[in-house]
Design a protein around this ligand. Structure first.
Ligand SMILES: Nc1ncnc2c1ncn2[C@@H]1O[C@H](COP(=O)(O)OP(=O)(O)OP(=O)(O)O)[C@@H](O)[C@H]1O
Ligand SMILES: [Mg+2]
Length: 249
């Protein structure tokens, strides 16, 4: 049985250090994602954003520091255990299986959901698979379409739909707006705001300042593996230029 605290931060990263081989990429990163909020992590290419996502997802060892999810210490939990606890992730880049159909891609989400349910993971009822599909009407009559033949934007939406079908309690999205048309970015924004308004905590990793800041309840700016600025609420609008400057140095 999974014990989780609904009032605890959805995610809490404390003084996390990680890297590859002899190199240290993250040097003492701390940030928190509160329940029902969107926390944004902004940073230029190569500062360590995806490295943090890999640590959270159990794909890269945390060398020091801690990660907790919904009040539980999950530092260095393997990927499948994180999924069982309700960690939903949209990795950067290639995100779905192009040779499978839309329906088969979504079935992978159902598998995660069923496994979680079997292990007492208790996927949130609010996000039944039917409910998730209501959010993505574009797929309703395209279940047999090969995913690889969808447009880039639709493929990204499919990956997000698959993550949602898994019934996550926490969503981490690594640059979901990358390579999307402006219209798709707006659509994604509406979708994420809707998820947040229904209680889904989202850690949004981005380089698109306008898109991310418009959605954010809190913004963390990363540079060279450290958090160098944090802004919340009205400060995000007031300090938008400062945030841009930090990203363009
Ligand atoms: N598998 C790896 N092995 C060795 N070094 C890596 C590996 N993956 C990333 N790095 C290095 O770690 C640093 C941080 O990379 P990371 O992918 O976390 O950056 P990022 O902030 O996500 O950048 P982007 O915005 O381009 O996705 C970079 O210097 C990168 O070259
Ligand atoms: Mg990255």
């Amino acid at each position: 049985m999974t014990v989780s605290d609904q009032h605890a931060p959805a995610l809490e990263v404390s003084r996390l250090t990680a890297g590859y081989g002899d190199s240290t990429v993250l040097s003492g990163v701390s940030l928190a994602l509160e329940p029902g909020r969107i926390a944004v992590l902004l940073g230029r290419n190569g500062v360590g954003k995806s490295t943090l996502v890999r640590c959270l997802a159990g794909l890269l060892p945390v060398r020091s520091g801690t990660v907790s999810m919904l009040g539980q210490d999950v530092t260095n939990r393997p990927t499948h255990a994180m999924a069982d606890l309700g960690f939903g992730v949209l990795p950067q880049g290639k995100r779905m299986f192009p040779s499978l159909t839309v329906g088969e891609n979504l079935d992978l989400g159902y598998l995660t959901r069923r496994r979680r349910a079997k292990r007492g993971g208790d996927p949130p009822l609010a996000w039944s698979p039917e409910r998730v599909l209501d959010l993505f009407p574009v797929f309703a009559d395209r279940m047999r379409t090969r995913a690889g033949s969808l447009s880039g934007g639709e493929q990204q939406m499919l990956a997000l739909a698959r993550a949602m079908v898994g019934g996550p309690r926490v969503l981490v999205l690594d640059e979901p707006s990358e390579a999307l048309s402006p219209a798709r970015v707006s659509e994604l924004g509406r979708l994420l705001r809707g998820l947040r308004d229904q209680g889904m905590p989202i850690l949004l990793v981005e380089q698109n300042v306008s898109f991310a800041c418009d959605l954010a309840d809190v913004v963390h700016v990363m540079d060279k593996g450290r958090i160098v600025a944090e802004r919340r609420g009205a400060q995000i609008t007031d300090d938008r230029e400062l945030i841009r400057d930090l990203l363009s140095i």
